[in-house]
Structures are given as C-alpha cells and as structure tokens.
Design a protein. Structure first.
Length: 201
C-alpha cells in the first residue's frame, strides 16, 4: 500500500502542480480580503477533491452514462480556460469585472481553480485509471495529500508574495496568463488530435 500511495501522490503532485497553481492563485486573489482569500482556497480544494473522488469511484461510469469522451472533456476544459487566460495577458485581469469590483469567491474557486487547474482532465482521468490499477483507497489518499498541500500553500500565498513589487507583479500576471493560454491551447489540440488522428499528420 505504501508504494502505491507514494506513486499516486507523486503523480498527482505533478499533474495538479500546487507550486505552479500557487502563482495563479495569488495573482487572481490579490485584491481580496483575507477572509475571502481563505474562502476561495477552501472551496476550490473541497470542490476539486469532490470531483476527483467521484471520478475515482465511478469515473468510467459517469463518462459512459453522459456519453462524453475524454477527448471532448479536454477540449471543453481548454475552451473554458482560454478566454479568461487571454484577458489576463491583454488586460492583466482574469475576470472582466476584476478591475472594478472584487470577483465572487465561488466563481473564482470553481473556475479556474477547482477545474481545470486542479481537477482538470488529466487529474480526473488519472483518478479513474489509478483507482483501477493502484486501488481506490490509495488513489484518494494520494490526491487528498496533494490537495492538502495546495490548501496550505494557497492560504499562505499573500505572505509569500508580499516581497514582490508592483512591476514584478504585473509582469508575473501576464507571464502566468501566457502559460494559461498555452495550457488551454494544448488541451484543445490534444483533444482534437485524439478525436481526429489525421490532424496530427
């Protein structure tokens, strides 16, 4: 069990990427009060954990019941992330109203943090496959440990980034936006290529 848990933990740590997501989390929640900041962290981790648990238990059945392919799921996730990521590059904000008002905590927590950044197509597909190969208990324990690390990192993100100046902050905002655009395009292209193998030729 120990080896299976370690394999699940390392795999989900790479897929969920709490270190990379920490930068995104801070950039998007930097205008929020401490209480709202913590709410976003808790809600996003709980929502991601719920989705991953469902897919670990009945992921194959869910996709089959909805008649949704993994490829189509990746394309949808990429499209969901592309527009706000582009806005982040061009305007330095993730939500259209971010320049005028504090974004809603639930909106931010669910998209982009819970999905597709934490419980994205790769993590959901891994939860399904790992539960079949490593065991359901080990799989749930593995991603739960990674989400716990993410939660503590998100809550302390303001302190970690307080040393950054305004210029560095603006640069990071657009740099992270470019990375998110690349992630969304990659999700769309990989989904289309798997759906239409001829596109890869």
């Amino acid at each position: 069990m120990g080896e299976d848990f370690a394999r699940a933990f390392v795999s989900f740590f790479v897929i969920i990427d709490p270190v990379g997501n920490l930068v995104v989390f801070h950039l998007i929640t930097s205008r929020m009060a401490t209480r709202r900041h913590i709410e976003v962290a808790v809600i996003s981790v709980l929502a991601a954990g719920l989705m991953l648990t469902v897919f670990a238990l009945v992921g194959r059945e869910v996709l089959d019941f909805l008649n949704v392919s993994e490829e189509g799921f990746r394309v949808a996730a990429g499209l969901l992330l592309l527009i706000p990521a582009y806005r982040m590059v061009s305007q330095g904000i993730f939500f259209e109203s971010a320049a005028e008002a504090e974004p809603d905590a639930i909106d931010v927590a669910l998209v982009p943090f819970a999905t597709p950044l934490m419980a994205g197509p790769g993590a959901l597909a891994s939860a399904t496959s790992f539960s079949e190969t490593l065991g359901t208990t080990e799989t749930i324990a593995g991603f739960s440990a990674v989400l716990t690390v993410s939660l503590f990192a998100y809550i302390s993100s303001h302190r970690l980034f307080n040393i950054l100046g305004a210029s560095t902050f603006r640069l990071l905002t657009r740099l992270v936006g470019i990375i998110l655009v690349a992630i969304s395009v990659d999700l769309i292209l990989s989904g289309l290529q798997d759906s239409f193998p001829g596109l890869a030729e």
